[in-house]
Design a protein. Structure first.
Length: 75
C-alpha cells in the first residue's frame, strides 16, 4: 500500500544535486622552501612511500590515499 508521490516530490527527485566544491591546492603548498632546500611538509607512507594526508579533529590521524594505511596519534 504505497502512496502516490506529489508533483513537488517528483520534481525534487529529478533535480540533480550540486557536487561538493573541491579544495584546490597548489603543489608549492606541500613543501617548505628555504634557500635551495625543499622539504616536504607531510609525512611519507611507511608501507608504499606515497605522501600521507593529515586529518585533525577529535581523532588525529595520518592516512595514505594509495594503500589506505592509517596511523593514529602524534606527528
Amino acid at each position: 500500500m504505497s502512496q502516490a508521490a506529489t508533483p513537488q516530490q517528483k520534481q525534487a527527485a529529478k533535480e540533480p544535486q550540486k557536487p561538493k566544491a573541491k579544495k584546490h591546492r597548489m603543489r608549492g603548498d606541500l613543501y617548505d622552501l628555504s634557500g635551495a632546500v625543499a622539504k616536504l611538509k607531510n609525512r611519507k607512507c611507511p608501507r608504499c612511500g606515497s605522501v600521507m594526508a593529515f586529518h585533525g579533529g577529535t581523532a588525529q590521524r595520518w592516512v595514505c590515499g594509495s594503500c589506505s594505511f592509517t596511523d593514529y596519534g602524534q606527528k
